[in-house]
Design a binder for this molecule. Structure first.
Ligand code: M6R
Length: 365
C-alpha cells in the first residue's frame, strides 16, 4: 500500500526517519549513549587484520562509505569489491579475517556466490540484510538485520540508509574493541547517530525546492555528481539512482578526479551536483566546484548553512541541510540525492517503482 504517495519510492523515502530510528534502536543503547549490538560477535575485532566488503549496486555504495568509517574509526583496512568481480577473482584471503556482505534482498546471486567463496577460505562472514529469511542470511556466520521494513520500489532508498546505520554502529564497535576509540569518542559518535532521524526529517523539508530543480535536470542529457571522502561513494549512488529511474545518463566522480578527464564534459548544459558537507575536505571540493563554475557548469550544491554562506555565489542553487557532525553526513545527504532522482523521474513520467529492464532482486548473474 502506497499510503497517500504516488509511488512506493516516495513513501519509502519518507519512511526514513522512522526506520532509521528503529534500526538505530537495535544497535545502540540510547540511554547509555553506547553501541550495543543485538548479539555477541563470534570473532574479536582485535584479531582481524583486514575486512573485505562485497555487495552490488546501492548496497555496494553503502559498503564503500563504510570503508571510510572502518579505516578512520577502527584503523582497520578495508578492501571493497563488487560481488560479480570478487566471485571470480579468486582473491587471496587470510583465514580468520572478516568478510562483510550487504544485501537488501539477501538473494543477490553474485553476493551469495561471494559469500560462499569467503566461507570456503575460512573467513568469518557477516551479512547485513533486510530480509531475515533470505539465503544470504541463512548462510552467513553472523547476520545483522536492517529494520527498514519491506522495500518495494526497485530503487533502494530506505534500505541504503539503514545499511549505513548498521555499518556505522559496527565501525564504532570495531573502533572500541581495538582501543582506537575512547569512551568519550564513543559517546560523541553515538550521540551523532541518535541525532540522525531528526536530521533526516529536516532534510526532507528540502523537497519543494528539489522538485523545482528537478525540472531542469529532467531536460538534461548528462548529469555529474561530485564529492570527496564519504561524499564520493554518495556521488556514485546519486548517479546510479538518477540513471536507473529517469534513464538520464549520470556519472559520479571523486571531485579530485575531475581534472583527470571528466571536466571535459562540462558545459552550460550539464548540471553538476556537488555534495559538500562542511568537513575537513570542504575547501578542496569547493575548489573543484569553482573549476566547474569557470566552465559554465550548472552547479547544484548540497551543503549546510555555513558552507552556503561561504560559496553559494558560484552555484545555480544551493540545497541547505542542517548542521551536523562530520562523520555520518552521507546518511543525511542521501535524502536530497534520492529526492532529486525521484522528482526528475516522476516529472518525466517513467515507471519509477518498476524501471525498465530492472528487477528488485537480481537472483541470476
Ligand atoms: O538486494 P541487494 O541489496 O543485494 O541488491 C543490490 C542491487 O541490485 C541494488 O542495490 C540495486 O543497485 C538497486 N536497484 C539500486 O537502487
Amino acid at each position: 500500500d502506497k499510503a497517500n504517495y504516488r509511488h512506493f519510492m516516495a513513501k519509502e523515502i519518507h519512511e526514513q526517519p522512522e526506520v532509521i530510528g528503529q534500526t538505530l534502536a537495535h544497535y545502540v543503547d540510547i540511554a547509555n549513549e553506547s553501541v550495543a549490538l543485538p548479539q555477541e560477535l563470534p570473532f574479536n575485532f582485535n584479531e582481524i587484520g583486514h575486512i573485505s566488503i562485497t555487495a552490488c549496486g546501492t548496497a555496494g555504495y553503502a559498503g564503500h562509505i563504510a570503508k571510510y568509517w572502518f579505516e578512520r574509526l577502527a584503523r582497520l583496512p578495508v578492501e571493497l569489491d563488487v560481488a560479480s568481480e570478487f566471485r571470480y577473482r579468486e582473491a587471496p584471503m587470510r583465514k580468520g579475517d572478516l568478510a562483510v556482505f550487504i544485501s537488501q534482498s539477501g538473494e543477490t546471486a553474485d553476493t551469495l556466490a561471494a559469500l560462499r567463496y569467503a566461507k570456503s577460505q575460512g573467513l568469518h562472514t557477516l551479512s547485513i540484510v533486510n530480509v531475515q529469511s533470505s539465503t544470504i542470511a541463512r548462510e552467513s556466520g553472523t547476520v545483522l538485520q536492517t529494520l527498514a521494513g519491506p522495500e518495494i520500489g526497485v530503487a533502494s532508498t530506505k534500505a541504503f540508509t539503514c545499511q549505513l546505520v548498521v555499518l556505522a554502529a559496527l565501525a564504532v564497535a570495531a573502533g572500541k574493541a581495538r582501543g582506537e576509540l575512547s569512551e568519550s569518542d564513543e559517546i560523541d559518535l553515538v550521540r551523532a547517530l541518535i541525532e540522525i532521524p531528526r536530521l533526516v526529517t529536516a532534510a526532507l523539508a528540502s523537497e519543494p525546492q528539489i522538485e523545482k530543480l528537478a525540472r531542469d535536470i529532467a531536460k538534461s542529457r548528462d548529469v555529474l555528481y561530485l564529492g570527496r571522502g564519504t561524499s564520493f561513494p554518495l556521488a556514485l549512488e546519486g548517479a546510479l539512482k538518477l540513471k536507473e529511474i529517469s534513464y538520464i545518463h549520470a556519472a559520479g566522480y571523486a571531485a579530485g578526479e575531475l581534472k583527470h578527464g571528466p571536466i571535459a564534459l562540462v558545459d552550460e548544459s550539464v548540471p553538476v551536483i556537488v555534495i559538500a558537507p562542511c568537513d575537513r575536505l570542504f575547501e578542496k571540493t569547493i575548489s573543484n566546484m569553482q573549476e566547474v563554475a569557470a566552465r559554465g557548469g550548472k552547479i547544484i550544491l548540497i551543503t549546510d548553512a555555513s558552507g552556503a554562506a561561504e560559496v553559494s555565489k558560484d552555484a545555480l542553487a544551493t540545497i541547505v541541510l542542517p548542521k551536523m557532525g562530520t562523520t555520518f553526513t552521507p546518511i543525511v545527504y542521501a535524502i536530497p540525492v534520492q529526492l532529486l532522482a525521484y522528482h526528475t523521474a516522476s516529472l518525466m513520467g517513467t515507471d519509477v517503482d518498476q524501471p525498465r529492464n530492472l528487477a528488485k532482486s537480481v537472483t541470476v548473474e
